[in-house]
Write a protein of this length. Structure first.
Length: 301
């Protein structure tokens, strides 16, 4: 065999005793526009690719093993349906109730409290006075009916889409935490006197979370399928996130960025936790405790 022939010979990237797994490997590579050859040989079933595809194929199959808990984590279910411990409509009603309560309380001065003054995200209070609870309380406050209506509608839509990926408990918890992180980033970015309220930071965090979770994180390639989730998220953020002079563009950008970071971290985790009912319950509890705890601190200090 000549050197040229040897250079063109297919390269083995996997050898397994599990024929079904070998076929899954081959299908995965084929879906990624690589030609995969499946061969039966001593020791099991081998998967071969062209030499120029070796690095990319190895990376893709490593991701397949990681995402589907095969290989080193054999025995775990390859596909996990998010656990549904409570209907999403119930959580959506709770979301609406929280926003409407604080909207009404702020307008009426309930309990003789200046809710906006105590809960708004004021940059210097967050960064200098370390009143970090404001990054959460600000998410529950709104200027007017139009403001709260848009955040109710878009919040329910995007968290519902996110819940289809992660389950409702994890969806709400990650949205609130990423929204708070977005407010913190915005406080660092803006002038000390900058003030911000509204759930839109969390809404755009949900968009970022969803884009990151649906994106396949692998070496970049020039294909629509690869860039569609991130590109769609950025386009959606650009379409919805820039408005009139009252729009806090920085909060929207920071919320989206925090969501992307959180979604990337979640995409690296074992997907089995999305199907864990206790984790979903813990997520709902964490959401409630975070909001209630933040307001308790706001009213005490």
């Amino acid at each position: 065999m000549s050197d040229a022939d040897q250079q063109q010979a297919p390269v083995r990237v996997r050898l397994t005793e599990d024929g079904e797994l070998a076929r899954a490997y081959a299908l995965t590579l084929t879906a990624m526009d690589m030609r995969a050859l499946l061969a039966s040989e001593e020791g099991g079933y081998a998967v071969y690719v062209a030499p120029e595809d070796e690095l990319r194929a190895t990376w893709e199959l490593d991701q397949y093993d990681s995402e589907n808990a095969t290989g080193a984590a054999a025995g775990k279910k390859p596909f996990v349906k998010p656990a549904i411990v409570v209907s999403f409509s119930t959580t959506a009603l709770a979301y609406a109730a929280v926003l409407l309560f604080f909207f009404g309380a702020a307008r009426r001065g309930t309990f003789s409290t200046d809710w906006a003054g105590e809960g708004a995200m004021v940059a210097h209070h967050v960064t200098s006075d370390l009143e970090l609870w404001r990054t959460v309380t600000a998410l529950t406050l709104h200027l007017d009916l139009g403001h709260i209506a848009s955040n109710l509608a878009f919040g329910i839509i995007f968290v519902w889409l996110l819940a289809k990926e992660t389950g409702p408990g994890i969806a709400w918890a990650s949205t609130v935490l990423a929204g708070a992180a977005g407010n913190w980033l915005n406080a660092l970015w803006q002038a000390p006197t900058h003030t911000s309220i509204g759930a839109s930071t969390a809404v755009f965090a949900a968009v970022g979370l969803l884009a990151a979770l649906r994106h396949r994180w692998r070496p970049p390639e020039f294909s629509l399928r690869y860039w569609a989730p991130l590109g769609g998220g950025i386009m959606l953020m650009a379409f919805l996130g820039f408005g009139d002079g009252n729009t806090d563009i920085g909060a929207h950008i920071c919320g989206f960025a925090a969501g992307l970071a959180g979604g990337y971290w979640m995409s690296r985790k074992d997907k089995a936790w999305f199907g864990d009912e206790q984790r979903q319950v813990d997520g709902l509890k964490l959401t409630a405790y975070t909001i209630a705890g933040a307001w308790a601190l706001a009213l005490m200090f």
